[in-house]
Design a protein around this ligand. Structure first.
Ligand code: ATP
Ligand code: MG
Length: 195
């Protein structure tokens, strides 16, 4: 069984995340993609605006009814700073028969050399990298030691970020269709991001 892990802050989850996951799923012939909200991401300067519960609920809304996409709460349950190395080590221990892939956008591919214990991490898991407007996605930009661990998949470039969505809400603009309808209803219904 082949499983893709789509990790993110998901503050909020948006269609860029879903399209990236779908393209990785098709590219690598995955059986499932598990959407895993980070608890405290190591690389972000600011705490998420939505609560962990809200980020979890939005991920559940986004994948509902799609049998090959599942919400996965390992990092939220564990608490503390979410280091991918720790998560992947645990995943491998708990599911020895599953082959895991970690799905990341081009901004994260660029940042990969700085990830905690990256040299050990690439011994445990391979990465699927997807394009993102504003970021180049080339093997040449990676140190030679990491190139074997990353495969690049095609995706229609989607110029959407959670930051831009929060910004739009703060400015009183609509975010309809930038997030799945159920996520839209959840945000509007619960009145956060300045709803
Ligand atoms: P923020 O602006 O708060 O950083 P984000 O839109 O970058 O939010 P994250 O939760 O940080 O979303 O990202 C989770 C993963 O999804 C990362 O690997 C990121 O590169 C990827 N990703 C996010 N948006 C896109 C997009 N539009 N296209 C491709 N990959 C994306
Ligand atoms: Mg981001």
């Amino acid at each position: 069984m082949k499983v893709g892990i789509m990790g993110g802050t998901f503050d909020p989850i948006h269609i860029g995340h879903l399209i990236a996951a779908q393209c990785a799923y098709e590219h690598a012939g995955l059986d499932e993609v598990w959407f895993m909200p980070t608890n405290v991401p190591p690389h972000k300067q600011h705490a998420p605006k939505a609560t962990s519960q809200q980020r979890w609920d939005m991920v559940c809304c986004a994948v509902e009814g799609q049998a090959h996409f599942l919400p996965f709460d390992m990092e939220l349950k564990k608490g503390g700073v979410s280091y991918t190395f720790d998560t992947v080590s645990l995943l491998r221990k708990e599911h020895p028969s599953i082959h895991f892939y970690y799905i990341i956008g081009a901004d994260m591919v660029q940042y990969l050399p700085k990830w905690y214990k990256i040299d050990e991490l690439v011994q445990l898991i391979s990465f699927i990298g997807l394009g993102r407007p504003g970021y180049t996605l080339e093997m040449g930009q990676l140190p030679a030691s990491l190139r074997h661990a990353v495969q690049l998949a095609e995706m229609p470039l989607i110029e959407i970020s959670s930051t831009a969505i929060r910004q739009r809400k703060a400015e009183g603009k609509s975010i309809r269709h930038l997030v799945p309808d159920r996520v839209y209803d959840y945000i509007e219904g619960n009145g956060f991001y300045g709803s």
